[in-house]
Ligand binder design. Structure first.
Ligand SMILES: [Zn+2]
Length: 417
C-alpha cells in the first residue's frame, strides 16, 4: 500500500523549496516522531483513524507524517467497476490530476479528501463528511460532487487547503519565523556569555577586582570588568554586535550578580579539577582561621597531595565562613566541605595548622578531633608559624628590635581602624 503514497518531501505547493535549503519539514521530522506510533499512520484513507482521535500532543506530528507521505493515489491500480443502472462505472485515475486532494481507498472502493481529513474544522456545521469519514463512491456524478465538495472561497475544503499549504510551507509560517528568530537570539546570547566569561577568567587569573567605585556611563573608570569588556568589544566585532545597546536591556549580563555567578561557576570548575586531580590518592590538610575586615570568622583550606607525575602539589581549595573558630565549628565545617567535594577523612594522611589551642590542642583541638577519627592523619606544626614564633622570641631579647615591632604594631592598629 505504501507504494501508492504520492511523495511530497521535495517541494511545497508554492514551489518555494530550494534544493540547497534543508526542508524544514524534514528537519523537524525526527523530533516530531517522538511520541507518535507510526503504526497509527495508515496509508489507506478508508482505514485511518480520525486525526482528532490522536493524543492531544500528537495530531500535528501525525499530520506531518501524512504530509510527508503524501496523499494516497494508487496510480496503476485497476479500479473495480460498479454497475449504475445499465452502465458500469469506476473511479478514474485521471481525476488525480485535476483534484490533487483526492484520495482513493482500495479497501472500501471510495474517494476521500486528503486536505479535509488533515485539517477539517471541527467547529463548522457544514463539514462534508462524505469525503472525510464515510468516503464517496457514486461515480456517476463524481466530478459534479467533487466540485461541490470544493465549494466556494470560504468553504470548509478551501480552509483546509489553506491550512494544508501553510503546514507544508513551514519555512514561512509564524512558528518557523519564531523558531529561527529564537535561534538567532540564542547564538547572540552564547557569544555574549562567552565574552563575559573570557573577561571573568582574565580578571580571576590576574587576581584583579571586578567592580569600580563609579560604574555609571559617564564615569571615566567603570571598574576592571566593564572597562575590559569595553576594550574587548572594540577589538572584536563579533562581541561588539551582541553587547550593550545591541543586547536586550534585560539580558546585558553585566550586573554584579551575573559577575558573581560567573565567578562561582569558574570556582566550581577549578575545584572540580583539583578534586579530580587528587582522585583516590592520599592527601594532607592545611587550615588557618582568621577574621576578615567585616569581623566575620572564616577558615581557609589548602590540600596537599602528590599528583600522577609524582610532584607535590598544594592547592588552595576554598574559604569557608564559620560561626566561630572553636575546634568543633571548624571540624564541622571540614566535614561538610569533605562531603560536598566527595573527599574522605580516611584518606587524610597529614594535617598542618598554627599553634593556637583550638587547632593543636591535645584534647579538644581540631587536630585531636580528626585524629580520633583517623589516627593516620599526622599533625605537623606549620613551619611558617614556627618561624614567626622564633622571630618573636628573638625580637623580645633585643630591645631595639622589640621596640621597632612594638611601634609597627601600634601604627598598623591605629591606621587600620
Ligand atoms: Zn476537502
Amino acid at each position: 500500500m505504501e507504494r501508492f503514497f504520492k511523495r511530497t518531501r521535495s517541494s511545497g505547493p508554492s514551489g518555494s523549496s530550494s534544493s540547497n535549503e534543508p526542508n524544514v519539514i524534514e528537519q523537524v521530522e525526527n523530533q516530531s516522531r517522538v511520541g507518535l506510533n507510526l503504526d497509527d499512520i495508515v496509508s489507506d484513507p478508508g482505514l485511518r483513524k480520525p486525526i482528532e482521535d490522536f493524543d492531544i500532543a500528537i495530531p500535528d506530528q501525525a499530520r506531518r507524517e501524512y504530509v510527508l507521505r503524501g496523499s494516497c493515489q494508487p496510480n496503476g491500480y485497476v479500479y473495480p467497476k460498479t454497475t449504475f443502472g445499465n452502465q458500469e462505472r469506476s473511479f478514474q485515475g485521471t481525476w488525480y490530476k485535476k483534484y490533487t486532494w483526492l484520495e482513493y481507498s482500495i479497501s472500501k472502493d471510495t474517494a476521500f479528501c486528503f486536505w479535509c481529513y488533515l485539517f477539517k474544522s471541527l467547529n463548522k456545521e457544514n463539514v462534508d463528511n462524505a469525503f472525510i469519514k464515510d468516503g464517496y463512491n457514486s461515480w456517476k456524478r463524481a466530478l459534479e460532487r467533487f466540485n461541490r465538495h470544493m465549494g466556494i472561497v470560504n468553504s470548509c475544503h478551501n480552509e483546509a487547503r489553506i491550512q494544508f499549504e501553510a503546514f507544508q510551507d513551514q519555512r514561512h509560517s509564524v512558528e518557523n519565523i519564531l523558531r529561527v528568530h529564537s535561534r538567532d537570539m540564542e547564538i547572540d546570547y552564547r557569544t555574549r556569555l562567552t565574552a563575559m566569561l573570557d573577561v571573568t577568567r582574565f580578571l580571576l587569573k590576574q587576581g584583579l577586582s571586578f567592580r569600580g567605585h563609579d560604574e555609571s556611563t559617564s564615569s571615566s573608570n567603570r571598574g576592571n570588568f566593564l572597562e575590559l569588556l569595553e576594550w574587548y568589544s572594540q577589538r572584536n566585532e563579533e562581541v561588539s554586535k551582541v553587547i550593550k545597546q545591541n543586547a536586550p536591556a534585560n539580558n546585558q549580563l553585566t550586573s554584579p550578580k551575573i559577575q558573581k555567578d560567573l565567578t562561582r561557576a569558574c570556582a566550581s570548575e577549578i575545584t572540580l579539577a583539583i578534586i579530580n586531580d587528587i582522585g583516590d590518592k592520599f592527601f594532607s590538610l592545611m587550615v588557618d582561621e582568621a577574621r576578615d575586615s567585616s569581623v566575620k570568622e572564616h577558615m581557609r583550606v589548602i590540600l596537599r597531595y602528590v599528583n600522577k607525575e609524582g610532584c607535590v602539589i598544594e592547592r588552595f581549595l576554598t574559604v569557608v565562613h564559620v560561626p566561630d573558630t572553636s575546634s568543633h565549628s571548624l571540624k564541622m565545617a571540614i566535614d561538610t566541605l569533605f562531603v560536598q567535594h566527595g573527599l574522605s577523612l580516611s584518606r587524610l594522611r597529614g594535617q598542618g595548622y598554627d599553634g593556637a589551642s583550638n587547632m593543636r590542642g591535645e584534647f579538644n583541638g581540631l587536630k585531636s578531633l580528626i585524629l580520633q577519627e583517623n589516627p593516620f592523619a599526622m599533625y605537623v606544626h606549620c613551619f611558617s608559624h614556627q618561624l614567626q614564633l622564633v622571630l618573636v622570641a628573638v625580637a623580645h631579647d633585643n630591645f631595639t628590635v622589640s621596640e621597632f615591632f612594638g611601634y609597627i604594631t601600634m601604627i598598623v592598629n591605629i591606621s587600620g581602624i
